[in-house]
Design a protein around this ligand. Structure first.
Ligand SMILES: Cc1cc2ncn([C@H]3O[C@H](COP(=O)(O)O)[C@@H](O)[C@H]3O)c2cc1C
Ligand SMILES: O=C(O)c1cccnc1
Length: 341
């Protein structure tokens, strides 16, 4: 996609363009130990890949998961005035409260598996512009929100799970995907929180209306983000960028979080190399967005919740994988015969 880094986005596009590489020596160190563990080589499949992923992007042959963070970014969307969600906009703030008191699915996944849950509210009382009528954000606000997401992950997590909360944001993700990858609203919308067929057709029409309104302005990924929104997607993009520059591997959640990764990928495909895509969500456009980036999801559980829930479950697998890598016996230690060479 042609790059026109307009003023407020210059530094952000720069951070997406000049990126630290993965640490292949750290990966080799992990592989050398893995080869000595009491199991047939390769038999732990994707779990072995998860430990290599942690090593490569932490830059550490002995990766840690002492401080895994699940970051949920929450924003509200003016497009909910068009009746694109099965639930009212107030649910965003109500769920933010629910996250912190422990009543949400993500709260209990994190509590059970000792993941640090952090919730970042983004001006919930000030929804973004209704994209069927106006831009979601002006460029400066959009750039500032990306910067907020970069700051939010301070505290040195050794793994970052990226999730979101925002009634209406599957509409926003669909619009971003259509702008990046082509097609119309119908190609990218899904039931979200539970629309029926009529609701789905209306949602597709609202995406088409937004695309028509903004058509001449959707010239690069940052313009697409500012025009279509929303705040939580901008902040997730910032978090994803900052993580790369701070040696923090990232696990991306479902359909909405993936839209943030798609924007990064559209600037520079290498900008998502430090990301694992946790799962393919039940939202039908998700698989197509993953295919467009040529990435494969770790899990397929038919989940369509958001909140970082799929990413947190992938983190549980990563914790298991690293525990095995660190605690299993080697062939020598266990006096088990290695394969004939
Ligand atoms: C109670 C409740 C909890 C949620 N947790 C995540 N979402 C998810 O649903 C929303 C997106 O779907 P749509 O675009 O259809 O509004 C987001 O907030 C997302 O995180 C929830 C939605 C509800 C209703
Ligand atoms: O996959 C997701 O992220 C998703 C799906 C439905 C509703 N909210 C989020």
């Amino acid at each position: 996609m042609p790059q026109a880094p307009r003023a407020p986005f210059g530094e952000i596009v720069q951070l997406l363009s000049v990126l630290p590489a993965g640490d292949e020596a750290a990966v080799e160190f992990v592989r050398a130990r893995d080869a000595r563990l009491t199991k047939p080589r390769g038999s732990l499949g994707a779990l072995e890949g998860l430990v290599e992923f942690l090593a490569r992007w932490q830059g550490n042959g002995e990766p840690t998961l002492d401080n895994p963070m699940v970051a949920i970014f929450a924003g509200n969307h003016g497009v909910t005035d068009q009746g694109v969600s099965a639930y009212p906009r107030d649910v965003t703030a109500q769920m933010v409260k629910n996250f912190t008191v422990g009543g949400a699915a993500i709260s209990q996944i994190c509590a059970l598996h000792e993941l640090n849950l952090r919730v970042f509210e983004l001006a919930l009382e000030l929804p973004t512009g209704d994209i069927t009528l106006e831009p979601a954000l002006d460029d400066r606000m959009c750039a500032a929100t990306i910067a907020y997401g970069m700051e939010a992950i301070a505290g040195r997590p050794d793994l970052l799970c990226i999730g979101e909360m925002g009634i209406g944001n599957t509409t926003i993700a669909a619009a971003i995907n259509a702008a990046l990858y082509g097609g119309s609203g119908a190609d990218w919308v899904g039931p979200g929180t539970g629309l029926d067929d009529a609701g789905l057709a209306h949602k597709a029409a609202m995406v088409d209306r937004a695309l028509a309104l903004h058509r001449d302005h959707l010239v690069d990924p940052m313009a697409i983000l500012a025009r279509l929104g929303g705040r939580e997607i901008a902040a997730m993009l910032g978090a994803l960028i900052a993580a790369r520059h701070q040696n923090i591997p990232v696990i991306v959640d479902g359909y909405v979080a993936t839209a943030a990764a798609s924007l990064a990928h559209a600037v520079n495909p290498d900008a998502i190399a430090h990301c694992i895509f946790a799962h393919v969500s039940g939202e039908p456009g998700h698989r197509r967005a993953l295919d467009a980036m040529e990435v494969r999801p770790l899990l397929d559980l038919g989940m369509r919740l958001g909140e970082g829930s799929g990413a947190a479950l992938a983190a549980v697998l990563a914790k298991t994988a690293l525990h095995l890598h660190n605690r299993m016996a080697t062939f020598e230690e266990a006096a088990v015969s290695d394969r004939e060479s």
